[in-house]
Design a binder for this molecule. Structure first.
Ligand code: TYD
Length: 203
């Protein structure tokens, strides 16, 4: 049995349009049905920093790459302190839609040094499992457009290509890559397999 006083942290990562939020919800429902005490959360958060970040979707040029990084870091500090750590301490399973790999990939693609960005995230607890959904950026951009959404400043195709290449370069052992261009049910099955591997190794 897992130690109920130490929860598990699962981060969903990948470029926009890969279906992260849908897959996270499906896993959340499945885990709850098995009696897990789940907390689903996301970054950017709905707090003050998260709201400021969402303003950047329409006017990214209003701050420098360093200032932009600072907003994501402050948002995550608040998220870790007020949501993630308390939930893990209570033994819950925390599912987060984006975490520090997004900062490394997106702010790295925006010209910042990837290792330096990761170093700024040392305060954040390491996830037990990272589900990295992969997909050609052209397909993800097409999916976003077909939802009737405009690509925001973070999502322009050139930028997505750079972000995608950085996501592809991460190689931590707890990182589990899944091809998200497959049917959603098959993607979900692989996510559950990754979870099973994780919860078995914790037994
Ligand atoms: P997204 O998951 O699309 O959030 P929402 O749909 O709730 O607005 O994330 C918003 C954008 O922020 C996305 O294009 C990726 C970007 N982002 C970063 O650039 N750095 C980060 O650290 C995070 C968490 C997100």
């Amino acid at each position: 049995m897992r130690n109920l006083r130490t929860g598990l942290l699962v981060a969903f990562e990948g470029i926009d349009g890969t279906g992260k939020s849908t897959q996270l919800r499906l896993l959340e429902d499945w885990l709850r049905a098995q009696g897990e005490n789940v907390l689903a959360t996301r970054e950017p958060t709905d707090g003050a920093y998260g709201r400021r970040i969402r303003e950047l979707y329409v006017n990214r040029a209003s701050c420098t790459p360093e200032e932009e990084l600072e907003l994501f870091i402050q948002d995550r500090k608040e998220h870790v302190r007020e949501v993630i750590r308390p939930a893990l301490a209570a033994g819950r399973v925390v599912l987060t839609d984006r975490y520090y790999y997004s900062t490394a990939a997106y702010q790295g693609a925006n010209g910042l040094d990837v290792q330096a960005v990761l170093d700024r995230n040392r305060f954040a607890p390491r996830p037990d499992l990272v589900i990295l959904l992969t997909m050609p950026p052209e397909l993800s951009a097409q999916r976003i457009s077909s939802r009737g959404e405009q690509l925001n400043a973070f999502e322009q195709l050139d930028a997505l290509r750079r972000v995608s290449a950085l996501f592809a370069s991460f190689a931590d052992p707890w990182l589990y890559r899944i091809d998200a261009s497959q049917p959603a049910a098959s993607v979900q099955e692989q996510i559950r397999n990754a979870w099973r591997g994780l919860s078995c190794s914790e037994d």
